[in-house]
Design a protein around this ligand. Sequence first.
Ligand code: ANZ
Ligand code: ZN
Length: 853
Amino acid sequence: MAEYNHSEIEKRWQKHWRETAAFRTPPAGESGEAERFYCLEMLPYPSGRIHIGHVRNYSIGDAVARNRRMRGYEVMHPIGWDALGLPAENAAIEQQTHPAEWTRKNIDAMRAQLQRLGFSYDWDREIASYQPEYYGWNQWFFLRFLENDLAYRKDGPVNWCPSCATVLANEQVEEGRCWRCDSEVEERRLAQWFYRITRYAEELLDGLDGLTEWPERVIAMQRNWIGRSRGTEIAFAIDGPEEAAPSDGQLRIFTTRVDTIFGATFMVVAPEHPFVRELLDGGELGADASMDIEELRAEVERLAAMPRRARRGEDIDKHGVFTGSYAINPFNGERLPIWVANFVLMDYGTGAIMAVPAHDERDHTFATKYDLPVRPVISLATEDPEPDGGDLPDLPFSEEGHLLSNCGEFSGLGTADARATMTAHAKTLGFGHGAIDYKLKDWGLSRQRYWGTPIPIIHCPACGVVPVPDEDLPVVLPADAPLDRGQGSPLERVESFVNVDCPRCGVAARRETDTMDTFVDSSWYYLRYLSPNDATVPFSKIEGDAWSPVDLYIGGVEHAVLHLLYFRFFCRALRDLGLLSVDEPTRGLLTQGMVTKDGAKMSKSKGNTVDPDEMVERYGADTTRLFVLFAAPPVRDLEWDERGVEGCARFLGRVWKLIEGEASSLPPVEAGFGDAGPSLPEPLAQLHRKVHETVRRVTRDVEERLQFNTAIAALMELTNACNTARQAVSIVEAGEHSWVYRLAFERLAVMLSVFAPHIAQELWTTLGHSEDLTRYPWPEYDPSVLQSDEATMIVQVDGRLRGRLVVPTDLADEQRLTEMAMADPVIRAHVEGRQLRRSIVVPGKILNLVTSP
Ligand code: ANZ
Ligand code: ZN
């Protein structure tokens, strides 16, 4: 028997797959009638080496892709490189290599690693986002977005990571820290480019309901992040110095609790609110103002300077100052003082609120601090008690209840009722309307770094912001940017890049030097795989429509909000540009768990990584892949355990020994499989059932449940069952029934091929086959063969068939079975009048009642 030499086998089959283009996917137009299946894994960042998390992600995807091919689907299974971004730039600075070269080298190394693992990718579709042939399309999309008002430039506060020296999107700030380097994020004011993702807020939220094959957790995180609030917008007339009133003389507020409006005792605006600026510019404050205009200006600046992160939190110290102006509550005509405070944010709602200290926690804290009135207008009681007596709840009381008698014509209404009625009232009288607000903000796109997609814009002193004409795309990154830790964006310092003539009027102009967030690259890459070499379009519409949405997308849960939100936004934007006909980029989503070692996430910084290459070298690609699939269900964390790897190696060794060792005793392929009639000796009948049961389990686990660990466990059981059967009836002894062994071995090899494709193909050949397993039909099972939980027993009375009993398979208790039989009137009739002597049981088959006169 040949030794199991994984390295020789794996190389040989990989070469064969390459030479036969086994995983090539033809264009949709050429792929005939077969149903399509797009299996997509999140593309790696070319950091230099793949890590075990990649191996896990890609082993999951490969098992699915291989299974679907065997099911007869035309499968799209591509891979590429998310190749722009900071690490390359930082490495360039440290190692004095160019980011392009660093990236190219890393891609070469990692490609070789992936190929050594035998993943079934269509390598002809490989893409890399650092190539102008790729990122030029980012620029092309940018221009289309600009034309459709989906891209715009705005000056405002942004998240600045001092260590990455760049701006971050809101999604990239986690608890006030940079998602990449964990530095505390600062606030800066900069003119930035944005994508108007908020235009799709409602669609992105409602679309979640249709994503039934997404994990609940991801849906919940997206729902939260988009954050829909239903409320009311109310305009308060400003009652203050004429010059200070904003142009329309109104202060608009957004509230989710308009039912509490009779309890409003003051107003608060954000320090950045236009009302404040106009008041300060107007040069005069109201008579009640507690300070002069310069003092107020200083106060406002101090409030505005407080970090926004702190201002967003619930438990921050609340500071404010009275402006000297008043606003009129349109519901009761009351004059309410307008304050400026740090806890109201300009970028939510309207940047102004009515404060109801009796029913809102934040307002209550503020009112207590500045000694402002607190007036309850809601109580739990259904009667309407006097506002100043009786059983009022503790304040602030923020729950639902009923309006007290101080709420005019609305007194006594339930709070939900009151919200509807009062919103309608405001609408009728023209000072308000229902409004929906979203927490989601537009996607800040600009990055002040080199290794990204140049934003295709030219700033002209005469024409202003001028888009680069399509025919000048791509705007290629200059190769010679100064990569050091100098001030500002490296591109700013490349004269030949920056200095350009205005494409519109021809005068000397400046190129935009910001580059795009690299999340732009990954927002549409799955479409580029479909037309990887097309120089005329980002992707062909025919291909895009044929392959969309992706059937299964696999990747880490850390992308639940970031990438997966941008991904969904892009799909809709492309749809509205007429480039695509679907709403959602992917139907199925599998978020894999982390790989841990000694309980901690594997990471370079912790020094607890395992090198996949070493694993492949020592155990082989098949064992490595098998282990990452076997050690845990895909969605769970996987604890690395070398003994587990050895266990998987031993299993493959057993399969090898079984099939290699016995293949020569099997009947030939041409002899086919026999019928499992009653003549089949019991050990072989059992093995036969086990084969069908295993096909059923593995099929269900791989295709429906995505539980590869239990599927592999089933294959292990089948292997053991083969060995158990051989001990009872060897293959030679089995004679004409030895086809059962062939069946078992073949099914084992065929199903194993989605997890450990090389050894499976090798054994398949040993079994006398010449076909490739890559598209060999996935086996079916025969339900009638399956051992069910119930058995039908024949009931005899004195050896003659008198009836049947359906019983649990393992029920062998004589007395219990006899009682059940005697409960049957027909059987009882044959026993009646005679003595029941004894009962003989053949479990699951026969119950014989022996009687005497
Ligand atoms: C009056 C009121 C009374 C409120 C009450 C709440 C309870 P969510 O649910 O998160 O959307 N608000 C509105 N704009 C704000 C801003 N720019 N900065 C800080 N707070 C703001 O929150 C909506 C509520 O948050 C609004 O409803 C408003 O306070 C406050 F018993 O208005 B409410
Ligand atoms: Zn950072």
